[in-house]
Write a protein that binds this ligand. Structure first.
Ligand code: ADP
Ligand code: MG
Length: 292
């Protein structure tokens, strides 16, 4: 395509709500052979809500929620915000706490009223020396299979209970995935969440290839591995997606994503609609097919 054609394509993109950063971007779109989607905030809307609050320790479910909200009080992670919102709805005041610490892709911790409290995924709590009793496997399995993200609350040395959170799928997630597959692209789900939750979400949108429990530091490496056999796009919204967005042949983010994701991406879907991945593809095909 001529530079003029590319310019026209890029400006048509902006009319259609696509922020295309640079003249070489559009050409890459029709060469893609695979698309990798992040889960939370990308395939899902990114506004989870707390559905279950289960305590098996000495504390009441309300206290569990109150402690969880307290350790999340400094966070802007979607799970943390949902927990804070739930505590607020139940009019549970935050407790006094200090020494807040966040481990990206794992969880948060703080000293609350003199006790160390952890909230995060199972692996991270186990790394901290808090183990989960096998008695709870069945309960947790059923929450996971319902597509709910489970976070574990540990106080001092033991896990006291869990919170489960559910996030809705974007309304156009399924049709976008299926369109990409019909066009012969491989579609992959990449997430830091638990494999069973990832699988539940994947089957709802028709994705068969799932890469779960990938820490933030590992997402870019996964993309690099996939690039050995394919040209791939990464679609993501989180801070932890930024390195993968940069690594991919094409990074795509959404309006309303974290700033660093939008900055790193080659294309930003200003409409905040996943379907515009298809719009970008059509525009690229149109621009580069015509001229040859
Ligand atoms: P995703 O890849 O789905 O965007 P993240 O990489 O941010 O998810 O987090 C992976 C997992 O780590 C979450 O599913 C959750 O179990 C845990 N986690 C991360 N951040 C937090 C937090 N602020 N509070 C509780 N759990 C968290
Ligand atoms: Mg995300």
């Amino acid at each position: 395509a001529t530079p003029t054609a590319i310019l026209v394509g890029t400006s048509m993109g902006s009319e259609r709500g696509l922020l295309i950063k640079g003249g070489d971007v559009l050409e890459k779109v029709h060469q893609l052979e695979g698309v990798i989607f992040d889960k939370t905030g990308t395939l899902t809307v990114g506004h989870p809500t707390v559905t279950d609050c289960i305590s098996w320790g000495d504390i009441k479910p309300e206290s569990l929620l109150q402690l969880a909200a307290t350790v999340e009080s400094g966070t802007n992670h979607p799970l943390g915000l949902a927990i804070l919102e739930k505590a607020q709805q139940q009019e549970l005041p935050l407790l006094s706490a200090r020494d807040f610490y966040t481990e990206a892709g794992s969880g948060v911790q703080a000293q609350v009223e003199g006790k160390m409290v952890w909230l995060g995924n199972q692996r991270w709590l186990e790394d901290q020396g808090l183990s989960l009793d096998k008695n709870h496997d069945k309960l947790i399995g059923s929450l996971n299979r319902a597509g709910k993200t489970v976070v574990y609350l540990g106080i001092e040395g033991s896990i006291q209970g869990v919170l489960a959170l559910k996030d809705n799928l974007r309304t156009d997630a399924q049709k976008t995935v299926s369109k990409l597959q019909k066009r012969g692209l491989e579609v992959i789900l990449l997430t830091g969440d638990h494999p069973e939750v990832a699988q539940a979400i994947a089957s709802q949108v028709g994705i068969t290839q799932v890469l779960a429990e990938i820490p933030p530091s590992g997402k870019a490496a996964v993309v690099e591995e996939l690039q050995k056999s394919k040209k791939v796009a990464m679609v993501g919204d989180g801070i932890n997606d930024a390195p993968a967005l940069a690594q991919a042949d094409l990074g795509i983010s959404l309006q309303g994503a974290t700033e660093v994701a939008m900055e790193t991406a080659d294309i930003v879907l200003m409409s905040n609609q996943l379907w515009d991945v298809i719009t970008a593809m059509d525009l690229s095909l149109g621009t580069f097919r015509k001229i040859r």
